[in-house]
Design a protein around this ligand. Structure first.
Ligand SMILES: NC(=O)c1ccc[n+]([C@@H]2O[C@H](COP(=O)([O-])OP(=O)(O)OC[C@H]3O[C@@H](n4cnc5c(N)ncnc54)[C@H](O)[C@@H]3O)[C@@H](O)[C@H]2O)c1
Length: 322
C-alpha cells in the first residue's frame, strides 16, 4: 500500500523531509501546509500530484492521510497536534516539541489516550556511533559527561526570540541533552547559568541568551555539564564526551571516537540518521510495530522537561529538581 503523507511547515526541514520521503517506494508526499496558500502551493508544485493548503484543517478535510510530518518552529505547536489527534493520524514531529512544559504535557495525554504512533526528530539516536557508544557503555561505568553546541545564530527570526524558540538550550542543545539521556541516563536535577555577551548588543530584537552552561545530576550518580553559545562567527563543535572508567567516548555528528587507555578507535557514521528515522516511523505506520522508533513523543517530553528546567533555573538562580 502507498502511504499518503502530509507535511506541515515548508521551511528548511519540512522540505528536507519531503525530499527524502519522495524518494521512497510506497510513499507519496501528498500535501503541504504553510502559513499562506502561496507558500503551500510553491512547495506542493515540486512534488507530483501534491496539493498546498493554508491550514492543517483544510488539508485534513480534503485529503485522507496515513501520517503527517510536523516541521514548524517551536512556538507554532498545539493546534496542529490537536487536529491530528482528533483524527487519530500518526505524526513525526521535529524537536523541540514546544517552548513550555504545559503544552507538550497536554498533547502527550491525548497521545496516550489514543495510543497514537508518534516519533520525534532526535536523530542522534539513529547514528551508528551512538549505537556503538551504548554497546560499549554496557561494559563501562559512565562517570561524567561534557556536552556542547557551539555555533553562530541562525538567521530565522523566530529563533532569536525566547517566545519563538525557547532559546538555544531548548531549541538546539536539546539534541545533546537527549543524547546524554539516551547514553548515560535520566537527569534528576539541573542548575543553569546563561548570559547575554554579544548578540543582543550588536543586533536588535534578540532576546535569547547567547552563552550558557548547565550542570546536570543523573540518576545513579553521574554528573554532566552541557554548554552552548550562538555568538561565535561559525559553527564549532556539537557533541558529547562521556568519561568512563575505561577511557573517553567522544560522540559527534560524524560518529564515535573511543579513546580507551591510549588506544584510539573511530566509528564513522555510514548511514543517514534521518533515513533510519523515516524507516522506523513508516514501518510503524504500516504495521503498528513501534519497536524501531527511538524517540516517541512520551520520551521526548522527558528531554524537553530537562531543557525547560534549565531555563527556569537560569531565571531563578536556583537548582531545579526533576
Ligand atoms: N532534527 C534536526 O536536525 C533539525 C534540523 C533543523 C530543524 N529542525 C527543527 O525543525 C523545526 C523547523 O525548523 P526549520 O529550520 O525548518 O525552520 P524554518 O523557519 O526554515 O521553517 C519553518 C516553517 O514553518 C512555517 N510555519 C510556522 N507556523 C506554521 C503553522 N502553524 N503551520 C504551518 N507552517 C508554519 C514557517 O512559516 C516556516 O516556513 C524546528 O523545530 C527545528 O528545530 C530539526
Amino acid at each position: 500500500m502507498t502511504l499518503q503523507i502530509g507535511i506541515v511547515g515548508t521551511g528548511w526541514f519540512g522540505m528536507m523531509h519531503a525530499e527524502k520521503l519522495a524518494k521512497l517506494d510506497g510513499v507519496n508526499v501528498a500535501a503541504f501546509v504553510a502559513t499562506n496558500q502561496q507558500k503551500a502551493d510553491a512547495a506542493a508544485q515540486r512534488f507530483e500530484g501534491a496539493r498546498g493548503y493554508d491550514s492543517i484543517h483544510h488539508m485534513l478535510d480534503d485529503r485522507k492521510l496515513d501520517a503527517v510530518y510536523v516541521c514548524v518552529p517551536p512556538f507554532a505547536h498545539g493546534e496542529i497536534e490537536s487536529a491530528l489527534l482528533e483524527r487519530s493520524i500518526p505524526f513525526l514531529v521535529e524537536k523541540p516539541i514546544g517552548v513550555d512544559e504545559q503544552l507538550p504535557t497536554a498533547i502527550l495525554k491525548g497521545i496516550e489516550e489514543k495510543q497514537l504512533i508518534t516519533s520525534v526528530g532526535y536523530h542522534f539516536r539513529y547514528m551508528e556511533g551512538t549505537d556503538r557508544a551504548r554497546e560499549l557503555l554496557r561494559e563501562r561505568t559512565a562517570l561524567m559527561a561534557l556536552g556542547y553546541w557551539m555555533g553562530s545564530m541562525p538567521g530565522v527570526s523566530w529563533w532569536r526570540k525566547m517566545e519563538g524558540s525557547g532559546g538555544q538550550f531548548v531549541e538546539q542543545t536539546t539534541h545533546i541533552v537527549d543524547l546524554l539521556r539516551y547514553t548515560v541516563g535520566e537527569v534528576t536535577e539541573v542548575y543553569a547559568a546563561y548570559g547575554d555577551r554579544y548578540m543582543s548588543i550588536v543586533e536588535e530584537g534578540i532576546t535569547v541568551p547567547d552563552v550558557g552552561t548547565v550542570t546536570l545530576k543523573l540518576a545513579g550518580g553521574a554528573v554532566a555539564t552541557i554548554s552552548n553559545t550562538c555568538a561565535i562567527p561559525a559553527g564549532d563543535r556539537a557533541g558529547l564526551h562521556i568519561y568512563t572508567n575505561k577511557g573517553v567516548l567522544e560522540l559527534g555528528h560524524g560518529g564515535l571516537i573511543d579513546m580507551e587507555a591510549g588506544r584510539k578507535t573511530e566509528y564513522v557514521n555510514r548511514t543517514n540518521p534521518y533515513e533510519l528515522e523515516n524507516d522506523a516511523f513508516l514501518h510503524a505506520v504500516r504495521t503498528g510495530d513501534t519497536s524501531r522508533i527511538r524517540s516517541s513523543y512520551a520520551d521526548a517530553v522527558l528531554t524537553h522537561r530537562v531543557t525547560i528546567a534549565a531555563n527556569l533555573s537560569a531565571r531563578s538562580g536556583q537548582p531545579v529538581k526533576l
